[in-house]
Design a protein around this ligand. Structure first.
Ligand SMILES: C[S@@+](CC[C@H](N)C(=O)[O-])C[C@H]1O[C@@H](n2cnc3c(N)ncnc32)[C@H](O)[C@@H]1O
Length: 276
């Protein structure tokens, strides 16, 4: 198994369920999950072998990522399995953040309720610069949901850095002013800064700014962050810069290598700053 282990970050080229099973309960202060959404399709869209519907003939490929090809039933079972592990692994004082689109949001919500993970908030990440709908058959998708849930039962001990986020304002977010409470709609453009793409792209790479907001709200300095679906390493890098240790899993070798390079670069940057 390939891995990168540094003082602060561990990332493994491994199935998250297998990797998470090796940790003891209550080992983490926070988990940030960006799971497969089941949004991909490589199905043929011929509705009849004789007649082809205009625009739907042949191999209609929306976003054929192999890791994302899950049926509804598979997504729900998978969701129950990894959320159950997170319930075991995240301390009652911690919390779990889960990215979702309409493809998996319902499954995640039901799974949380069945497992007794209380939903604290549903955040709508509004992407002001969303890509237009080229087929002109739907509204322009311009948001994603992020569920904030906790594992701690009725005591609600989860960390909420209320004052820090209330005091903050964010460049370009027209919905948040310094000194006002953070609302559940976050106005964060989907574009990445140049340095986030230096080593290559992941098809569903999150901008660091989204994860930085999550960490400001629920991060623990010197605490431990779990990232089951690491992709290009965005969540681990944001955690590192916030001052957390991180453990992540990624099943795809290409994305694992990308994450590894990004993390190594980021760690070197921190070291260089220390010696200036
Ligand atoms: C939505 S993407 C995460 C993207 C990430 N947030 C970023 O900014 O780069 C989900 C990732 O989970 C990985 N994945 C899917 N199933 C997995 C599993 N069972 N264990 C570990 N990683 C998995 C995929 O290869 C994919 O890179």
């Amino acid at each position: 198994m390939s891995e990168l282990i540094t003082n602060k970050i561990q990332i493994y080229l491994q199935d998250a369920l297998k990797g998470m099973a090796e940790h003891e309960e209550n080992s983490f202060d926070l988990a940030i999950c960006d799971p497969p959404y089941g949004a991909s399709s490589t199905k043929k869209w011929n509705y009849d072998s004789e007649k082809k519907k205009k625009g739907f003939g042949g191999d209609w490929k929306m976003a054929g990522h192999e890791w994302d090809l899950l049926s509804g039933h598979e997504i729900f079972q998978f969701c129950m399995a990894w959320l159950n592990e997170l319930k075991r692994l995240v301390k009652p004082s911690g919390s779990v953040w889960i990215h979702a689109t309409y493809h998996n949001a319902g499954f995640v919500n039901v799974a949380c309720q069945l497992l007794g993970l209380e939903i604290i908030n549903e955040v709508v990440w509004y992407k002001r610069n969303a890509f237009p709908n080229l087929a002109k058959r739907r509204l322009t998708a311009s948001h994603e949901s992020i569920l904030w849930v906790h594992t701690g039962g009725k005591k609600r001990e989860y960390i909420f850095n209320y004052d820090a986020v209330k005091a903050a304002s964010f460049k370009g977010d027209m919905l948040k002013e310094a000194g006002k409470q953070q609302r559940t709609v976050w106005d964060i453009p989907n574009n990445k800064r140049k340095e986030e793409l230096t080593f290559g792209k992941h098809p569903t790479q999150k901008p660091l700014r989204v994860i930085e907001r999550i960490l400001m709200i629920a991060g623990t300095k010197e605490g431990k962050l779990l990232v089951p679906f690491a992709g290009s390493g965005t969540e681990l890098i944001a955690g590192l810069n916030y001052g957390m240790q991180g453990v992540g899993y990624e099943i795809n070798e290409e994305y694992f290598d990308l994450a590894k390079r990004r993390i190594e670069f980021e760690e070197q940057k921190i070291k260089n700053q220390l010696f200036v």
